[in-house]
Write a protein that binds this ligand. Sequence first.
Ligand SMILES: NC(=O)c1ccc[n+]([C@@H]2O[C@H](COP(=O)([O-])OP(=O)(O)OC[C@H]3O[C@@H](n4cnc5c(N)ncnc54)[C@H](OP(=O)(O)O)[C@@H]3O)[C@@H](O)[C@H]2O)c1
Length: 308
Amino acid sequence: MKILITGGSGMVGRNLLEKSQSLSYEILLPTRAQMDLLSLSSIQRFLKDNKPDCIVHCAGLVGGIAANIAKPVEFLSENAYIGLNLINESVKIGIKRFLNLASSCMYPRNAPNPLKEEYILTGELEPTNEGYALAKILATRMCEYITRTQNGYLYKTAIPCNLYGKYDKFEPTRAHLIPAVIAKIHNAKQQNLKEVEIWGDGSARREFMYAEDLADFVFYALENFEKMPQNLNVGLGYDYNINEYYQTIAKIIGYEGEFCHNIQKPSGMQQKLIDNTRLKAFGWNPKTTLESGIQKTYEYFLTQQGKE
Ligand SMILES: NC(=O)c1ccc[n+]([C@@H]2O[C@H](COP(=O)([O-])OP(=O)(O)OC[C@H]3O[C@@H](n4cnc5c(N)ncnc54)[C@H](OP(=O)(O)O)[C@@H]3O)[C@@H](O)[C@H]2O)c1
């Protein structure tokens, strides 16, 4: 099978490439210069020249809360155009299988936890990343319509929880919780700081899956694509609180200082946990423990010191 992976330079794309090396697929991994997903002609040219059997769509404008708040126009319009352009052109050229990556951010902000796939579009979205979520919902619905109306076409969506791992971003302006805390505690250890501050009381819960596990899921899904549900949450199905992330990371880094809580600062939603009932029925489970995922991510972080 010839698989086109979009977003190959990103965290998910690089984990997919690494995973594919032990498998017998032909992988196409165009750079943005080879296939710019904001340009219809660029997409048409690349698809026509390379004719993949299947697409795994991981490209997009991705960022934390600060970036989403600062650039709502870009997060909505770029992600919407990228998704619609690629999906439409893939159908036109006759690509029968398409695995779209969405995100658990697209669930309504007040939906009950754990978040079930059928909760999509049942309530108001989280305002801080509404544009990004709307674009993800658009692509997810497009895939549903295509599977329903185009005979022989399977366009399906995986909905990952938060991810972390090798190739993550550690700069404070772009990092999500785990890489941000790794960088913060590493610096505290280097500078012999006695204390590290945690925003809020640390009781908010978060679900983070190791990105290599998502890569494992993607190839499992491609092997079992017919029986994959149309929309499928991909995560752990359990979560940890913020204090537990800090403690685990401190243990791995060997930081022995204290933590203090700044309850004047916001800590975001209390919980965002996916329901993994369909995932378990599909027959896939994540394999990496929090300790071993953080250990490997920290080793990667150390290799990047001085490069960023
Ligand atoms: N990271 C998470 O925690 C998380 C959680 C749930 C879902 N996801 C989803 O997983 C997917 C991958 O996320 P990620 O963390 O790997 O993101 P990432 O590291 O920011 O990578 C994004 C990728 O998209 C590419 N891209 C952006 N605009 C493009 C364009 N116009 N044309 C071609 N390529 C373009 C980037 O290429 P350049 O290098 O050229 O910029 C990069 O390769 C996304 O769909 C995201 O929504 C991520």
